[in-house]
Write a new protein. Structure first.
Length: 242
């Protein structure tokens, strides 16, 4: 039966699902499927959480928008798992904080610090290290190498607050080896591990944070961001997740 938020049936989604936050980005990704957007099937539009299923080079694939933050993201992933998803790849944006991380760069997350409320709720406050699936992550890294796309590979931190007012916030996490802030990966990695499925995360750096620069001052133009997201999409669709 249809889920509460994703009005789809088992079989409507492919085992491999890409997860952008933005519904417009979901449509853009679906337009890259075999046959373009006309060749993709719209499987959910409830709450404007747009989801499409199609193929890429004959391989079944879906894309499902998730909204912003782990509360919305967790609902989408929980329902996708009930509908048969088995490989989940977040494709989103992040704020770079690591040394040498620049706007437009690609970050491939190996694990996510669970600074968000949803993951803490799942864990009842107990210590846990949400980590990406090695095989999917290796496939992303290999695809980046094959396409000549440089990638930063390592830790991200999943946070709830986009406009954090603390002056030393970025520095504290930079000193812990974190490359970037984002808002969903910790819940993704936890829910995938709990359910025995695979998950990975690729991110475009949309802005950088330092003691002298803010998100508002460094955020890339819409045109630059779209080009960087296209490069990331090329990579993810080229990755061998078999």
């Amino acid at each position: 039966m249809p889920q509460i938020h994703l009005h789809a049936e088992p079989g409507d989604y492919a085992p491999l699902v890409l997860l952008p936050g933005d519904p417009n980005r979901a449509t853009t990704i679906a337009s890259r499927f075999d046959g373009g957007l006309e060749g993709a099937r719209l499987v959910n539009q409830n709450r404007l959480l747009l989801g499409y299923t199609g193929t890429v080079n004959g391989r079944p694939v879906s894309v499902q928008s998730s909204g912003i933050g782990t509360p919305s993201f967790s609902i989408v992933v929980e329902e996708l798992l009930r509908l048969g998803a088995r490989q989940l790849v977040r494709v989103g944006t992040c704020g770079g904080i690591g040394p040498g991380v620049k706007t437009g760069d690609l970050v491939i997350a190996t694990a996510a610090c669970p600074v968000d409320g949803a993951t803490r709720t799942y864990l009842h406050g107990e210590p846990y290290a949400p980590a990406a699936d090695f095989r999917l992550t290796h496939a992303l890294v290999h695809a980046a190498e094959k396409l000549g796309i440089a990638a930063h590979i390592g830790l991200v931190a999943s946070v709830d607050v986009f406009y954090n007012p603390d002056d030393d916030y970025a520095q504290r996490w930079r000193d812990r080896g974190v490359l970037a802030f984002e808002m969903e990966a910790s819940a993704l990695f936890f829910l995938a591990a709990r359910s025995g499925v695979q998950a990975a995360c690729a991110l475009v750096v949309s802005d950088v944070l330092s003691e002298t620069d803010t998100s508002e001052e460094t955020y890339v133009s819409p045109e630059e961001l779209a080009a960087a997201v296209d490069r990331m999409t090329d990579l993810v669709l080229a990755a061998d997740f078999a």
